[in-house]
Design a protein around this ligand. Structure first.
Ligand code: ZN
Length: 151
């Protein structure tokens, strides 16, 4: 009887520790094609997520140098400035200015048929803040953009 109770307590502890360490990873998928458009205008992530994983799939056929796409997240207020600096940062830097503090998360640039993903902690986000995602490939952000909601 005593042994059984000890075992049950241990099992319970193990489960709680596992749940704490892993947290809640929330996965989001978005596509972008040769038509220079994302297939989503809005991404919503629940406030109880501890980590966010974004997978970007280039659904087109054109190479990255001609019709590259990435997924960049900033506050909506920072979008235009971060996109403008990203344009000048060059293809090798995935068109994101190195060390840009306005960029909360970004994937690399992919071309037709390629997929990439990025994982970042939800602690980088504040509930109620206005966020936007966009593609920072030159000339794309005015069309390839959407709202990112947290909370
Ligand atoms: Zn693009």
């Amino acid at each position: 009887m005593k042994l059984t109770r000890t075992f049950a307590t241990l099992a319970l502890l193990t489960v709680s520790a596992g749940a704490f360490a892993q947290g809640k990873v929330c996965a989001v998928e978005i596509g972008g094609g040769d038509n220079m458009q994302f297939d989503k205008k809005e991404i919503a992530v629940a406030a109880d997520c501890t980590e966010i994983e974004v997978t970007l799939k280039h659904t087109g056929k054109l190479p990255a140098q001609a019709m590259g796409h990435n997924w960049v997240l900033t506050k909506t207020a920072d979008l235009t400035a971060a996109a403008t600096d990203g344009m000048g940062a060059g293809f090798a830097a995935d068109h994101v200015k190195p060390g840009d503090a306005r960029v909360i998360a970004h994937t690399k640039i992919v071309g037709g048929g390629q997929t990439t993903s990025i994982k970042f902690p939800a602690s980088k986000l504040k509930k109620g803040e206005a966020y936007s995602f966009f593609c920072s490939f030159p000339g794309h952000y005015s069309i390839m953009r959407g709202t990112f909601k947290f909370g």
